[in-house]
Design a protein around this ligand. Structure first.
Ligand code: IMP
Length: 429
C-alpha cells in the first residue's frame, strides 16, 4: 500500500484529472497542488451537482481531507478568495482549518494578466493561445527575482515592491503594447484588503506537509495541465510556464515525497488540445466536430472550443517515458461509443521516414503525418456497466492495445462525468 499517489495528465491537459482526484480523495488525508495556477479547470460532478475548481485542490469536496497549495503554484488571490466564497455558499464548512496556502507562493497580480493579454494580442509574436490568467508573467517575475509572494501581501514591504514592479509593467504595457496603464492607488487599496482576507489561510505548507508525511498520513498530489504542456518536456514554446511532471510534486510542495509513491497518468480515450501548437492527430472535419460536441470539449477555464483528434499513442508513450508513469486511467471512453471504427496513432511519417518517437522540435511535430491502426468500435452505452467483466469486447481490445503499446496498465475506465461513472479494472493502490 503506497503512502502517496501523484495524479498527472499525460496529454495536453483536460484529461479529466479533477474527477480522478475526487475519486482518490476518499483514500487520502491530504490533497496538494504543486504547480500551475488558475489556468487549470477541474470539473467535478457529485450527485448531479457540478463544481469547477481552478485553484483549490479537487479533494476539498471530501470534508475529511486537508488541502495544501504549495510554493510551486502561482496564486491569483482574488480567484482563491472567490473559490472559497463559492464553496462556503455551497455549504462547505471549516475551510480555514482545511485549506492551507503556502506563504512562498508567487502572487498573480492584475499587471500579470494585463501583460499576458497584451502579449497574446501583439502582432508579429508567437501566439501561444494562453488562458490569459497571467501565469507566464508571474513565473517570469519569480525567475527574475522580482516576484511578489503571498508573504509579501501580508507585510508593509508590499507597497515598495509593488510600486517598483508596476512602474516597469506600465512602461511595457503603454510603450510596447499600446495597452492601458494600471492605476497604482486603486491597486494598493485592492491588494491591502485582499491580504487581510487571505491571512487566515496562509501557512508554512512545506513544514505542515513534512509533519503529515512523518505521521504516516496519505498524500494525494494533484497535477494540473499535462506532460505535453511541461515547460521543458512539452511542445515548447506551446507549453505552460511550469513543470507538470510528477517529479515536480516534492519541489512544488516543499517536502520530500514518501518512499512508496505511485504515479497515475490520466489519459483521455482520444486527444484534445486548447490553444496553439502542434497536434498530429487533430481532426479538422466532421469527426472532430462530433467529438467536440459529444465530449462537451469546451474549456472549463476559458470556454474555448478544444481541438479534437484520435488517440495519439506515440505522444502518450513519450509522456510515460519522461514522467515515469506506469499506471493509466482512461477517461471519456463513453464519448467514443457508437463509432464503428476508431483510429489510433502508432507512428509518424516525417519527410518520408517513419518515426516511432515523439520529436523534440515543435516545428518537426507540426509537419509529421500520423500513421494509424484502425480498431473496432463499440455500440454499448457504457454508463450502465459497473464491472470489468461486462466491458464490451471491442473496448477490451482497445484497452489491451493501449497497454501493449505503452507498457502501462489501464486500471480504470471512466464512462461519464459523475463520481459513480467508473469501471474499476485493477486499482494501482
Ligand atoms: P498558460 O498556462 O495560460 O500560459 O497557457 C499556455 C498553454 O497551456 C495554452 O495552450 C493553454 O491553452 C494551455 N493550458 C494551460 N492550462 C491548461 C489546462 O488546465 N488545460 C489545458 N490546457 C491548458
Amino acid at each position: 500500500m503506497p503512502q502517496a499517489v501523484v495524479v498527472i495528465g499525460v496529454q495536453w491537459g483536460d484529461e479529466g484529472k479533477g474527477k480522478i482526484v475526487d475519486q482518490y480523495s476518499e483514500w487520502a488525508d491530504v490533497v496538494g497542488r504543486f504547480q500551475g495556477g488558475n489556468n487549470a479547470g477541474h470539473t467535478l460532478v457529485v450527485n448531479g451537482k457540478q463544481t469547477i475548481l481552478h485553484l483549490i485542490p479537487s479533494g476539498v469536496l471530501h470534508p475529511h481531507t486537508k488541502c495544501f497549495i504549495g510554493s510551486g503554484v502561482v496564486v491569483d488571490p482574488v480567484v482563491f478568495l472567490h473559490e472559497i466564497e463559492t464553496l462556503k455558499a455551497a455549504g462547505h464548512k471549516d475551510l480555514e482549518s482545511r485549506i492551507y496556502l503556502s506563504d512562498r507562493c508567487h502572487v498573480i497580480l492584475d499587471y500579470h494578466k494585463a501583460l499576458d493579454a497584451a502579449r497574446e494580442g501583439a502582432k508579429g509574436g508567437t501566439t501561444i493561445g494562453t488562458t490569459k490568467r497571467g501565469i507566464g508573467p508571474a513565473y517570469e517575475d519569480r525567475a527574475a527575482r522580482r516576484g511578489i509572494r503571498v508573504t509579501d501581501l501580508l507585510r508593509d514591504g508590499f507597497v515598495e515592491k509593488f510600486r517598483s514592479n508596476l512602474a516597469e509593467k506600465n512602461v511595457l504595457l503603454e510603450k510596447l503594447y499600446g495597452a492601458p496603464v494600471i492605476s497604482e492607488k486603486e491597486q494598493l487599496d485592492k491588494y491591502r484588503e485582499v491580504g487581510i482576507r487571505l491571512a487566515p489561510y496562509v501557512r508554512d505548507v512545506s513544514n505542515l506537509l513534512y509533519e503529515e508525511i512523518q505521521a504516516g498520513k496519505k498524500i494525494l498530489y494533484e497535477g494540473a495541465q499535462g506532460v505535453l504542456l511541461d515547460i521543458d518536456y512539452g511542445t515548447y514554446p506551446f507549453v505552460t510556464s511550469s513543470h507538470t511532471l510528477p517529479s515536480q510534486c516534492a519541489l512544488g510542495l516543499g517536502a520530500r515525497k514518501p518512499k512508496e509513491t505511485v504515479f497515475v497518468g490520466v489519459m483521455k480515450a482520444y486527444t484534445t488540445r486548447v490553444g496553439s501548437g502542434p497536434f498530429p492527430t487533430e481532426l479538422r472535419d466532421a469527426m472532430g466536430e462530433q467529438l467536440r460536441e459529444s465530449g462537451a470539449e469546451f474549456g472549463a477555464t476559458t470556454g474555448r472550443p478544444r481541438r479534437c483528434g484520435w488517440l495519439d499513442l506515440v505522444a502518450v508513450r513519450y509522456a510515460l517515458r519522461v514522467s515515469g508513469i506506469q499506471h493509466l486511467t482512461m477517461t471519456k471512453a463513453d464519448v467514443l461509443s457508437g463509432l464503428k471504427e476508431l483510429k489510433v496513432c502508432t507512428a509518424y511519417k516525417l519527410d518520408g521516414r517513419i518515426l516511432d518517437t515523439f520529436p523534440n522540435d515543435a516545428g518537426d511535430l507540426e509537419r509529421v503525418e500520423p500513421v494509424y491502426e484502425t480498431l473496432e468500435g463499440w455500440a454499448t452505452d457504457l454508463k450502465e456497466i459497473k464491472k470489468a467483466a461486462d466491458i464490451p469486447t471491442p473496448l477490451k481490445k482497445y484497452i489491451a492495445f493501449i497497454q501493449n503499446f505503452t507498457g502501462a496498465e489501464v486500471g480504470s475506465v471512466s464512462t461519464g462525468p459523475g463520481r459513480e461513472n467508473v469501471i474499476e479494472i485493477s486499482r494501482p493502490f
